[in-house]
Design a protein around this ligand. Structure first.
Ligand SMILES: NC(=O)C1=CN([C@@H]2O[C@H](COP(=O)(O)OP(=O)(O)OC[C@H]3O[C@@H](n4cnc5c(N)ncnc54)[C@H](OP(=O)(O)O)[C@@H]3O)[C@@H](O)[C@H]2O)C=CC1
Ligand SMILES: O=C1O[C@H](COP(=O)(O)O)[C@@H](O)[C@H](O)[C@H]1O
Length: 494
């Protein structure tokens, strides 16, 4: 059976950074793999008055790093059409409708439509409303809309946005992108948990001491300063990516591995998160902003950032999940810009054995002040290495019976990494298949915002002392204190 998918993509924001850096290369990969062949077309729209010819050049440039066969690139680009369009102008949707109908007939697209809103979220409502009022949605095929992050600024704005979208689209037509859900090792969380009896048996508060999720970035705010300064790390990374990871780590086993059943379990997990009272925020969440070094500017001196900005470029926090499985287990999270390195990892720290029968003099060198054995740690390396690591205690080689920590390691080889689809490619493929498993659903978004809003509100009402961490570090020392107060420490230290 052919794996070819049939659809017309309409990309709002077709001249933008996301389209050029992520969407066109991903569509090309799908084309190279045969998921897109003859029966697809792409309309790129934005205000710039580009011609189709110029658009084809832009497509070719965006694929340059793939070193693809030039003939294939030309053939692929021939499926792309550009329409200059201001999304607030109703008249342009009439032209868009005509072009869509023409391309549908030309490429045999069977009324299948995918609308990608790669634009600022304040336009999403207008676009959705016009797609309905100008009757651009089809009745003979599928209509799917892909929404970029950020999905709102807080719960209230997210709800307003959702109401606007659901006036045109059903929930099962809406694909809210969280690109972390397209990453190989994030998808692997479910495989590890539900595909291995050893882990599922231990995946609870009887055996797990704490869990640590780190999304660390080396770069600063870069080109997206205007957006970032209005957002900050809590909204940019925690509300979406980190909350999704937490829900995948904490959810119960879905009845079946389907979009619906996974959503049910994720929502239960997110509902079980302990909501902080305002006065509990400072003891549980730490914010930071990077200072300057000889090599890099401080955040407040970055281009387009206000010199008195109190935006958080770092967050660390402690989350508690109040249910039977997780009661008493802290989930520590941290993310930030200008940290020691670029990596994402999850450390599952198991409880240490209660008794150390190897407890004699030569053992104590390897042990802590209580002479107890080290904790087992399962590390899920999401990026740049993709794999798992298990830290265990083994006998130290030689005389006596000292123990020493050893690591069992699995990392995807370079061939598997290069064969593994990039997150956007994977997620676009899912949309073509009508599979929203790896997208966020409204109820998940709503609970995540409600959790984050309490923290943000407290922060907005209290002025921080910024800057408070050095570029190249792992954030402010308060992020270490957060764990030390509980008798824990970060497994990854810079
Ligand atoms: N870039 C990235 O890495 C990521 C981006 N995102 C999200 O994706 C979305 C797009 O981001 P990005 O590509 O970086 O943004 P850009 O600013 O690069 O692109 C914005 C696009 O919107 C178009 N546009 C702006 N106003 C109008 C209008 N009135 N009518 C029609 N088109 C308009 C612009 O084209 P023109 O000026 O020609 O009209 C441009 O194509 C945002 O929601 C962002 O938060 C999310 C994650 C990562
Ligand atoms: O969503 C976002 O993610 C990127 C980090 O993504 P990664 O895949 O490179 O880990 C982050 O830089 C950006 O600020 C944020 O909007």
């Amino acid at each position: 059976m052919s794996k070819e998918k049939i659809a017309l993509f309409t990309i709002f924001g077709g001249t933008g950074d996301l389209a050029q850096r992520k969407l066109y290369p991903s569509l090309f990969k799908l084309y190279q793999k045969g998921y897109l062949r003859e029966h697809f077309a792409v309309i790129g729209t934005a205000r710039r008055p580009w011609t189709d010819e110029h658009y084809h050049e832009v497509i070719a440039t965006s694929l340059a790093s793939l070193n693809a066969d030039p003939a294939a690139v030309t053939q692929f680009a021939s499926h792309f059409y550009y329409q200059s369009h201001d999304v607030t102008d109703a008249q342009h949707y009439v032209t868009l409708k005509k072009l869509s109908a023409k391309l549908d007939a030309q490429y045999g697209l069977q009324g299948n439509r995918i609308f990608y809103l790669a634009m600022a979220p304040n336009f999403f409502g207008t676009i959705a409303q016009h797609l309905r009022s100008e009757q651009i949605l089809t009745t003979n095929g599928f209509n799917r809309v892909i929404i970029e992050k950020p999905f709102g600024h807080d719960f209230a704005s997210a709800k307003e946005l959702n109401d606007q979208l659901t006036a045109t689209f059903n929930e099962n037509q809406i694909y809210r992108i969280d690109h972390y859900l397209g990453k190989e090792m994030i998808q692997n969380i479910s495989a590890i948990r539900f595909g291995n009896s050893i882990w599922e048996a231990l995946w609870n508060n009887r055996y797990i001491s704490n869990v640590q999720v780190t999304l660390s970035e080396k770069l600063g705010v870069e080109e997206r300063a205007v957006y970032y300064d209005n957002s900050g790390a809590l909204r940019d990374m925690v509300q979406n990516h980190i909350m999704q990871i937490i829900s995948l780590l904490t959810m119960d086993q879905p009845v079946e591995f389907t979009e619906h059943d996974i959503d049910v379990e994720k929502v239960k997990a997110l509902r079980s998160l302990r909501t902080l009272k305002p006065e509990e925020v400072p003891a549980n969440f730490v914010r930071g902003q990077y200072a300057a070094t000889d090599q890099v500017k401080d955040y407040r001196s970055e281009d387009k950032i206000s010199p008195d900005s109190n935006t958080d470029t770092f967050v660390a926090g402690k989350l508690m999940v109040d249910n039977y499985r997780w009661s008493g287990v802290p989930f520590y999270i941290r993310t930030g810009k200008r940290l020691a390195d670029k990596f994402t990892r999850i450390d599952i720290v198991f409880k240490r054995p209660i008794v150390n029968i190897f407890n004699h003099e030569d053992v104590q060198k390897n042990d802590d002040e209580n002479s107890r054995l080290n904790a087992n740690v399962l590390t899920i390396n999401v990026e740049p290495t993709e794999g798992f690591e298990l830290r265990m205690n083994a006998k130290h080689v030689g005389q006596g019976f000292a123990t020493t920590p050893v690591k069992l390691n699995f990392a995807l080889d370079s061939q598997s990494v290069s064969d593994s689809p990039e997150a956007y490619e994977r997620l676009l493929h899912d949309v073509l298949n009508g599979d929203a498993t790896n997208f966020t659903h409204w109820d998940e978004v709503a609970y995540s915002w409600k959790f984050v809003d309490t923290i943000q509100k407290y922060w907005d009402e209290h002025t921080p002392t910024f800057p408070n961490y050095q570029p190249g570090s792992m954030g402010p020392t308060a992020a270490d204190d957060l764990l030390q107060r509980d008798g824990h420490e970060w497994i990854y230290k810079s």
